[in-house]
Design a protein around this ligand. Sequence first.
Ligand SMILES: NC(=O)c1ccc[n+]([C@@H]2O[C@H](COP(=O)([O-])OP(=O)(O)OC[C@H]3O[C@@H](n4cnc5c(N)ncnc54)[C@H](O)[C@@H]3O)[C@@H](O)[C@H]2O)c1
Length: 257
Amino acid sequence: MGTYSHTPVTVEDKRAVVVGGTSGIGQAIALGFAAEGADVVATSRDEAKVEETAHAIEQRGVETARVTCDVTDGDSLARVRETVTDELGGVDVVVASQGAISRASVRDISDDEWSFVTDVALDGVRRVTQTFAPALDDGGSVVNISSLSARLAMADLPAYSAAKGGVEAFTRASAKELAPDVRVNAIAPGFVITPQNAETYADGTEKRARIDERTPLGRVARREEIVGAAVYLASDAASFVTGEVVTVDGGFADSAL
Ligand SMILES: NC(=O)c1ccc[n+]([C@@H]2O[C@H](COP(=O)([O-])OP(=O)(O)OC[C@H]3O[C@@H](n4cnc5c(N)ncnc54)[C@H](O)[C@@H]3O)[C@@H](O)[C@H]2O)c1
């Protein structure tokens, strides 16, 4: 038998930026990366939440920086890139976890509502990739947060679904173009409890009962359950994985009645 060695699944000593990282799934990823020993900057528009999350990151014994951004504004993302390269000395991993949603149906969604959702959820992902790809060192990794809505029709989510379908197509397109220097992948979470949707998915509601019944693993996800996929895709253990969408949905999407 020859020598054997494999690359462990870890982001230890990497430098990461999580856009939309001060709430929900993005915040869980930022804190998870920090707990693994990565330096992490979590950014969003909300200064108080940036501060709160930076404090929580520091408590895990790693470096961070405080900077806000709005993904609809490319200049603000360029400022994040400058701050991160100055304060962390470079960047290896970028996660795009910002979110925007509209519940307007196909029949009556307005141009403004459609543009609001796609500007944050799709163009925002494109701006994050464009801003950080040139700064990522060789072996860099981009992780975009998609959704089951990219492939499963869900009522009253036309703009969100179109944006997420776009995110997955853009993930594949940019993975091809940015190879071999930078890998680009996406995570498609299923139903994940976050502070924003805790009421909608609360135990005992009809919606929750329907999701639980249709999900092979029998429940919705905790936001921490998305972190492992992000760590894997960001890590050197995923050195041959690019243009891929990792679904984390308890088996929902691929299960029949
Ligand atoms: N929660 C779920 O069930 C679920 C399921 C599938 C996919 N997702 C996706 O996961 C990602 C995170 O969603 P979440 O549920 O954690 O929601 P969330 O609202 O908790 O987090 C979204 C983050 O994006 C930030 N954000 C919004 N607009 C921004 C802008 N213009 N500029 C910068 N930051 C902005 C918010 O401040 C927040 O930090 C989103 O892409 C969402 O579509 C969520």
